[in-house]
Write a protein that binds this ligand. Structure first.
Ligand code: SAH
Length: 269
């Protein structure tokens, strides 16, 4: 699992640093000061949910790589059914369950610690698989293929994933992604992968810039202040913080070439 963690960190930063060079709990703590751990927004979660039409109070929904549950709570407030949020980091799940309790959603929204490569669900039991900004940890195609068996026929999958917006792009941003996540691809290729994995593609849309700038980078700056206040003088914490602005610099410079796309698809056959 360490390589998964390392990939997570590499995607969040842009250095050849691995998890071994950071104190893991510090990283968790930093991200747990944020409502979301990746680009997204309540509006986008609701928009994606608008393409899903099979849900009832009996529905079972999984939110894979849920983090602290920012998007899960939005989902719960706009969809019927029971939701299981699953994440590898116990600290995130603690916060998730506290949030669910505070919002009065705990009777139907539950966070569990687990790994996306070994899901605790029964074959064919899920009506909807949700996953925002997390499928890259297992890989887009592998996730689509392996998670499919947990869905009912006619069930939906809704995932957001990094995409190229053009067929060619500057070397600097290409190199960054080849290091962080070489499975990034163009949207038409990703739609083909969805179809090949046994789903009917229903909708795709690109996440608007505010999902990055207002809902992610701006929140990171706040989280950074809290974090550095607490860990002033801690070398690992300061080093980790130094890597963070790089992600935003690259985004601002190259946002016409890449971003996040939401894909909604239905299990067929
Ligand atoms: N969906 C959330 C979090 C996205 S960040 C949001 O949009 O805000 C990616 C999440 O994937 C992190 O919370 C990380 O802990 C989780 N993760 C990484 N590897 C995982 C694995 N193998 N299994 C489950 N979750 C994993």
């Amino acid at each position: 699992m360490l390589s998964v963690h390392a990939k997570y960190i590499n995607t969040m930063s842009n250095e050849n640093k691995t998890i071994h060079e950071f104190d893991f709990s510090l990283i968790c703590e930093f991200f747990s000061n944020m409502e979301r751990q990746g680009p997204g927004s309540p509006e986008v979660t609701q928009k994606a949910l608008g393409f899903v039409d099979n849900l009832t109070e009996k529905s079972l929904i999984a939110d894979i790589g849920c983090g602290t549950g920012g998007q899960t709570m939005v989902l719960a407030q706009h969809a019927p059914g029971r939701i299981t949020g699953l994440d590898l980091f116990p600290d995130f799940i603690d916060i998730f369950n506290r949030n669910a309790e505070q919002l009065g959603l705990h009777d139907r929204v539950k966070g569990v610690v687990g790994s996306m490569d070994n899901l605790p669900f029964q074959t064919g039991e899920l009506d909807l698989i949700w996953s925002e900004g997390a499928i890259y940890n297992i890989g887009f195609e592998r996730g689509l293929n392996e998670w499919r068996k947990y869905l009912k026929t006619g069930g939906y999958i809704a995932v957001s994933e990094s995409s190229w917006f053009t067929d060619e792009r500057p070397a600097e941003i290409n190199d960054f992604w080849m290091e962080a996540y070489p499975e990034i691809d163009t949207i038409p290729n990703q739609v083909v992968k969805i179809h090949r994995a046994g789903y009917l593609p229903i909708a795709t849309f690109i996440l608007p810039e505010n999902c990055w700038i207002e809902h992610y980078f701006a929140k990171k700056i706040k989280a950074r202040e809290i974090f550095l206040d607490k860990y002033a003088g801690n070398k690992a914490a300061e080093e980790f913080m130094e890597l963070q602005p790089r992600e935003e610099e690259l985004y601002r410079k190259y946002k016409e070439f890449y971003g996040y796309t939401f894909f909604i698809a239905k299990k067929i056959g």
